[in-house]
Design a protein around this ligand. Structure first.
Ligand code: NDP
Ligand code: OXD
Length: 314
């Protein structure tokens, strides 16, 4: 039995060492070396190359090294085996930090005060809306969305959430599906996107959606925060909406193309905050430990945790 670590963009040798330390009895191989394809029972993947998991006749499970699995489903030659993803309280807490930070940046107009400080301008504007008067709408009420919602509520924001299936969450206003979408958007001053990228969600953050956001809120216009995936957003529409005033600002952690190309106008737009897809970075050791525990579960005949549904894509 072998674990294949299949990735692009990360240091594969570091991951080999982590897994070898946690699972000393299990040989760990990588795509960059010859290995016996029949021996591979498990794959740990982050953006594995297209087709690289085909022809593994004894494969029992694929583990995503992240919370998202769009990078796995992007492979048109993916073997039909169970797929599990990362659900990690540390990652969840970090995402909520990012969401709370950017909601507060917009609420407290921090970008404006940064500019004022640079200009040594003492403009003590009295317009400071209370958090309770600002409506935050969270798209995606999964592991990340629900935690962010709770933490924003503690600060006092008026929070609602939107998901695919209806939810009954104590103290949270919820909407679901396409039927609930317009009502959800119409009561949203700060839109937080924590959706997975699937065929249904691709390109969802577009001009039509921005036009449906509340234009009558206490912040003087709606803000967008996207930490889900870049494929959810149409960047040309974000820029057009910012220039037209349909959006007042955006905090983006993820992009259509990553790294964000140097010539993207998002880098220098005065109303855009760019972070390099690091809203929620877990410790690699913590991720490897979770996957090692999943492998031990399989070996003990126990079911996998945090499996994804290939028909839904998340
Ligand atoms: P979950 O699978 O736990 O939650 C996904 C949520 O999205 C669910 O509430 C689901 O609805 C909802 N959803 C999915 N499809 C639709 C749809 N078509 N319409 C409406 N709602 C939909 O995922 P997580 O919360 O753990 O993670 C979300 C995403 O965050 C990841 O897929 C990844 O892309 C991104 N991420 C980004 C990171 C970063 O650093 N920027 C770090 C980690 C994750 P329902 O509840 O009905 O199933
Ligand atoms: C993830 C990510 O999916 O970091 O975990 O984007």
């Amino acid at each position: 039995m072998t674990l294949l670590v299949a990735m692009t963009g990360w240091h594969v040798e570091d991951w080999r060492e982590r897994f070898a330390a946690l699972l000393p009895e299990l040989p760990v191989v990588t795509l960059g070396e010859p290995f016996d394809r029949r021996a591979v029972h498990y794959v740990a993947s982050w953006k594995h190359p297209e087709g690289s998991l085909a022809g593994l006749p004894n494969l029992a499970a694929i583990f995503s090294l992240g919370a998202g699995v769009d990078h796995i489903f992007a492979d048109s030659r993916l073997p039909e085996v169970p797929i599990a993803r990362v659900v990690d309280p540390d990652l969840t807490a970090r995402m909520s930090e990012y969401v709370v930070l950017h909601c507060l940046m917009h609420l407290r107009q921090q970008r404006r005060y940064d500019r004022q400080q640079l200009a040594k301008s003492w403009d003590d504007d009295r317009h400071q809306p209370a958090a309770r008067s600002v409506r935050v709408g969270i798209m995606g009420l999964g592991e990340l969305g629900l935690d962010a919602a709770r933490k924003l509520q503690i600060i006092g924001f008026d929070v609602a959430g939107w998901s695919r299936s209806p939810k009954d969450v104590d103290g949270l206003v919820t909407f679901a599906g396409s039927d609930g979408m317009l009502a959800f958007l119409g009561r949203t001053d700060i839109l937080v996107c924590l959706l997975p990228l699937t065929p249904d969600t691709r390109g969802m953050l577009n001009a039509d959606l921005f036009a449906a956001l509340a234009q009558n809120g206490r912040l003087g216009g709606p803000f967008l925060i996207n930490a889900g995936r870049g494929g959810l957003q149409v960047e040309a529409d974000i820029l057009a909406a910012l220039d037209a005033g349909t959006l007042k600002g955006a905090a983006l952690d993820v992009f259509e193309s990553e790294p964000l190309p140097a010539d993207s106008p998002l880098w220098s737009h005065p109303s855009v905050t760019v972070t390099p897809h690091n809203a929620a970075m877990s410790e690699p050791e913590a991720i490897a430990t979770l996957i090692a525990a999943q492998i031990r579960r399989l070996q003990a005949g126990e079911p996998l945790e945090h499996m994804v549904d290939p028909t839904r894509g998340y």
